[in-house]
Design a binder for this molecule. Structure first.
Ligand code: SF4
Length: 122
């Protein structure tokens, strides 16, 4: 049986509230918003993903924490597992902006990238 609910689109800063009629994970109709919003709703129901930004510990550097981010949206149900994997990393300075800190994180095809330089502490 179809249900209708509101879903907030987070694709752009406008943040439209979309009225979505769906049956299970099958979208029947999306009211308001644009084509990108309709695509977001389909993705959100079948394979929700988020960009993730956090920090990881780094030893021997000018700063103890390195800001990192996913290179692409990461599967939402596995974000806690990703955070645990990042907690277990053993990084050493120097680190350069754009370095791949963790390649193919959890086998999801998404790399984790350094967001700043961490030079060696002299
Ligand atoms: S529906 Fe379109 S305009 Fe509205 S927030 Fe989503 S992408 Fe932006």
């Amino acid at each position: 049986m179809p249900i209708t609910e509101d879903i907030i689109c987070i694709t752009c800063p406008k943040g439209c509230t979309l009225e979505v009629t769906r049956e299970g994970k099958t979208v029947i109709k999306v009211r308001q918003g644009c084509k990108r919003g309709a695509d977001y709703v389909k993705r959100e129901l079948t394979d929700p993903r988020r960009m993730v930004a956090t920090t990881v510990r780094v030893s021997g550097g000018l700063h103890p924490l390195l800001p990192v981010a996913t290179a692409a949206p990461f599967p939402k149900p596995r974000i806690f597992a990703l955070m645990a994997a990042l907690r277990d990393l053993d990084l050493h300075a120097p680190v350069r902006t754009g370095d791949v800190i963790l390649r193919d994180a959890l086998g999801e095809g998404v790399d984790i990238i350094a967001s700043r330089d961490i030079p060696v502490l002299e």
